[in-house]
Design a protein around this ligand. Structure first.
Ligand code: PPE
Length: 306
């Protein structure tokens, strides 16, 4: 999906023209992958664009940075305000938002501590991540032969740039084999998550999702699913899942900011089927919530304002 240009990108406190938001080829993060990022969406609501759960995303960015020893020269309020400014100045009704914290130009070598820590926030319109068809009818998944990170090799709680090499290997393997998306297992053999989404199974009406100890990122969409499920009276637990639990699930779905809430149609050619009642209900309420149509979740919509 080619990126659609917007007008401005926030870089280290300035709103610069899109085409001028460039970096030097010796930028540290480009070589060694030590940086952290977020993926956030803004949705159109009847009160104008609203960023979904903005503060939680920026807080997770700071937690990721802390784990990787990146000392962000701003605070949470600064980056919340900068995100709202960027969405506003670009005139988006809805968009994807990509804050990035990276080690800049000036040092080489594996001790990152003396590098400058730079921050950018870019926004662009981004459509359905796994396709309109997948969102409506479900996606076909394969369990990757690539494992999710061992927590003592790469800390999965950090949304680190370099971590995503693992996701890319799994994604390419799945796509080349004719599937839409991959599921990764933890080094212990439990289901962890997808390349950029959390995963859920539904059995006997209850939702089960892997814990962070299985290598899953603590997803903000996942926590929205939890709240929606609890409000709908659907039981929701975190617990270890085996690959055979996927094959025999009544329903399964995935969630992420980019992907949103997407039904899973099959895993390793075992058919789960058309979106089931729990998945469909969660998906409907999620889309109502992001569009500001559910007053009980109004605190999730950070209105951009004029
Ligand atoms: N697991 C991983 C590995 C992950 O990257 C994401 C988000 C999630 C779970 C779900 O987290 P949350 O967005 O807070 O519900 N992945 C982001 C990046 C995707 C990309 O292609 O880039 C996203 O969805 O924005």
């Amino acid at each position: 999906m080619p990126i659609e240009k917007s007008s401005k990108i926030w870089m280290n406190g300035e709103l610069v023209d899109w085409d001028d938001a460039t970096i030097h080829v010796l930028t540290h993060t480009l070589h060694y992958g030590n940086g952290v990022f977020e993926g956030i969406r803004a949705y159109e609501t009847d009160r104008g664009p609203a960023v979904f759960r903005l503060r939680e995303h920026i807080e997770r960015l700071f937690r990721s940075a802390k784990i990787l020893f990146l000392d962000i020269p701003y605070d949470v309020d600064d980056l919340v305000a900068a995100t709202l400014d960027t969405v506003r100045v670009n005139g988006h009704q809805s968009c994807y938002i990509r804050p990035l914290v990276y080690l800049g130009y000036g040092e080489m070598g594996l001790n990152p501590l003396s590098c400058s820590v730079d921050v950018s926030i870019a926004t662009w319109p981004w459509g359905t991540y796994l396709g309109d068809e997948g969102l409506a009818n479900g996606v076909d998944m394969m369990i990757s032969s690539w494992q999710r990170h061992d927590p003592n090799a790469m800390p999965p709680a950090a949304k680190g740039c370099g971590h995503y090499i693992n996701s890319q290997m799994a994604k390419v393997q799945a796509v080349k084999a004719g599937y839409d998306e991959a599921i990764l297992l933890s080094p212990q053999g439990y289901v962890s998550e997808c390349t950029g989404e959390n995963l859920f199974v539904v059995r006997d009406g209850a939702i089960v999702t892997p814990p962070s100890s299985a290598g899953a990122l603590e997803g903000i969409t996942q926590s929205s699913v939890r709240r929606i499920a609890e409000d709908l009276g659907v039981s929701y637990v975190q617990g270890n899942i085996l690959r055979s639990d996927l094959y025999t699930a009544d329903e399964a779905f995935l969630s992420g900011t980019a992907a949103e809430v997407v039904p899973i149609r099959s895993v390793d050619d075992r058919v789960i089927g058309a979106p089931g009642p729990v998945t469909s209900r969660i998906q409907d309420v999620y889309f109502q919530a992001v569009r500001g149509e559910r007053p009980e979740y109004a605190e999730w919509n950070e209105h951009v304002g004029d």
